[in-house]
Design a protein around this ligand. Structure first.
Ligand SMILES: [Zn+2]
Length: 563
């Protein structure tokens, strides 16, 4: 077979999938983010493609193939030649400019326009398995982040939003089927769609030991959230307290929350933390939050719908704010009007805060909202982590490393308006077509499966996507053993069992190590020892121990195990 196992991973293989797939002879790197698929890798990819095709066909998707090379004018028509400029690969053919397609909304929308006129033409869904090109600055995680990569992209077309909503849910189910059939457990996460967008989308994430993203997961009710927008429940530990009289306290302390709590001999949640942000077009805004919580700047950005950053020390000075002692209250009955204060809702019910008095070495104790100061607005700004509880069921949340394995978007009429894709509705009116799009990186999925399913020896392929099912090995140079190996191989081929036969004259250690590295679900070993016992050694890749199986039972046992 073309391609072979290697002892060493490429020097820059800094992810498990790049390391194991290269060592196992599945892929070969041409340049950063650009890989060849060798025969073993190609078989995995084809099995994944087949699963994807079956699931897309089942929701009425029709397979097509659109060009990878796009004339620039269709990209100018949607303005994405500018908004996606950084990742576009461009080329010239004669005097004409072209783009290597990073996505296909610009080709599918004018294509569909040529064939639809009436509401009767909908719903319609087309998909393709095509190569995409994206100039990815961080192309370094093997098949997870490629510059040239395979993708299944489907586009759906509808007469109205309601029809899109129903179809969107169907595709969501189909996607979950794809991951389950490929041997993975996927979580659907409502995605943030970026801080400046109200776009509606979902991501599908696979749990891995070394994922590049983090999700917040409730193990009990399986509610999964994107870290950027995750919500969580928490206690309000001081909410039942009486409001105590406000005190000014002179104190020598450091600037951190921990220093502050120590100096006042109180819990960290009792410290009222003030962080000042410079908001674009607005200037400084103070954000108040419990001392033991952190501010999620993504949520804050979404709240303002403007760019923002923490204020510098110079800026704090400019607004007479004393670093480490910033406070919404300057003196008794005198609010800090130099800047506006908003607050995370976690402090709304809490009482008797400790915080600075906007003067070095001077603090307030027993500061209370309403009585001592007002907050302009409360909203959710808290950075949720594994210490919070599930907003749906109250169970403890956890932080889980994941790899994103697909996403689906409701595009609405954005692209149909760009290309004037209209149809005649029942009432005779001309309306814009409503669109959805649905992507799964099929080559990325190969890498994701490896990230999710391997051990220190190599890959552990799920049965459904393994390049072959049985790894047949003979050990030693004994003629009788070799003959039995050949015989078993022929029988398995005749029985249409997907078998990879290692007939090399290599040492036992090398052959067994390679079998573990390549990671087929079942290893069958013939050796002098097994021959004496009239059978073979049966070892499942996902299990620790091997067992003896007699020749007479072997084929039926294999068929039972796989088919
Ligand atoms: Zn829950």
């Amino acid at each position: 077979m073309f391609g072979r196992t290697k002892h060493e991973a490429p020097a820059d293989a800094n992810s498990k999938n790049a390391e194991l797939l290269t060592k196992g002879g599945f892929i070969d790197k041409l340049a950063a983010g650009i890989y060849s698929f060798l025969p073993l890798g190609m078989r995995v990819l084809q099995k994944i493609n087949q699963i994807i095709r079956e699931e897309m066909n089942a929701v009425g998707g029709q397979e097509i193939l659109m060009p990878a090379l796009h004339p620039i004018d269709i990209w100018e028509q949607t303005g994405r030649n500018k908004s996606m400029d950084e990742i576009l690969y461009r080329t010239k053919g004669g005097e004409k400019d072209f783009v290597f397609g990073p996505s296909h909304e610009e080709t599918v929308t004018p294509l569909v326009k040529k064939f639809v006129q009436s509401y009767k033409d909908f719903p319609l869904a087309v998909y393709q398995l095509q190569t995409k090109f994206r100039n990815e600055p961080r192309a370094k995680s093997g098949l997870l982040r490629g510059r040239e990569f395979g993708m299944k992209d489907m586009y759906s077309f509808h007469a109205n939003e309601k029809d899109l909503d129903a179809y969107y849910l169907k595709v969501m189910e189909a996607y979950l089927n794809v991951y389950t059939r490929a041997g993975m457990e996927a979580y659907v996460i409502e995605a943030s769609g970026g801080a400046f967008s109200d776009k509606y989308s979902h991501e599908f994430s696979i749990k891995t030991s070394a994922g590049e993203d983090t999700m917040i997961l409730c193990e009990k009710c399986k509610f999964a959230q994107n870290l950027e927008i995750a919500e969580g429940k928490y206690d309000n530990p001081t909410s039942d307290e009486e409001e105590k009289p406000l005190n000014k306290v002179e104190v020598k302390r450091g600037k951190s929350i921990q220093d502050n709590a120590k100096a006042h001999n109180c819990e960290e949640f009792r410290i009222l933390k003030s962080v000042v942000y410079m908001v674009e077009d607005m200037g400084p805004v103070g954000v108040l939050i419990r001392g033991d919580f952190q501010i999620n700047e993504e949520k804050l950005t979404r709240y303002f719908k403007k760019r923002l950053r923490p204020a510098t020390l110079e800026e704090l000075k400019k607004y007479d704010l004393v670093e480490g002692f910033i406070s919404p209250v300057l003196s008794t009955k005198k609010p800090n009007e130099k800047i506006a204060f908003i607050a995370d809702q976690s402090i709304r019910k809490m009482k008797n805060f400790v915080t600075g008095a906007n003067k070095k070495d001077l603090d307030w104790a027993n500061l209370n909202i309403g009585r001592d100061f007002e907050v302009k607005d409360f909203a959710d700004f808290v950075a949720v982590n594994g210490t919070f509880k599930c907003p749906k069921c109250g169970h403890q949340l956890s932080e889980v490393k994941v790899v994103e394995a697909g996403n689906i978007f409701k595009l609405g009429t954005k692209f149909s308006e760009s290309f004037d894709l209209k149809f005649t509705d029942k009432d005779g009116a001309a309306k814009s077509v409503v669109m959805g799009c649905y992507g799964i990186g099929n080559t990325r999925l190969v890498g994701t499966i490896v990230e999710a399913s391997h051990d220190e020896k190599g890959i552990i392929w799920p049965k459904s996507v393994a390049p072959y099912h049985v790894h047949l090995v003979h050990l030693g140079n004994d003629d009788e053993v070799k003959a039995m190996g050949e015989k078993l191989y022929e029988i398995m081929m005749k029985e249409k069992i997907e078998v990879l036969y290692d007939d090399r004259d290599a040492g036992a250690g090398e052959k067994l190590n390679d079998a573990d590295l390549i990671g087929l679900p079942l290893r069958i070993v013939v050796s002098k020892r097994t021959l004496e016992k009239k059978g073979v050694e049966w070892k499942e890749r996902s299990k620790k121990d091997a067992e003896h199986v007699n020749f007479d039972d072997l084929i039926s046992k294999i068929c039972e195990y796989f088919y």
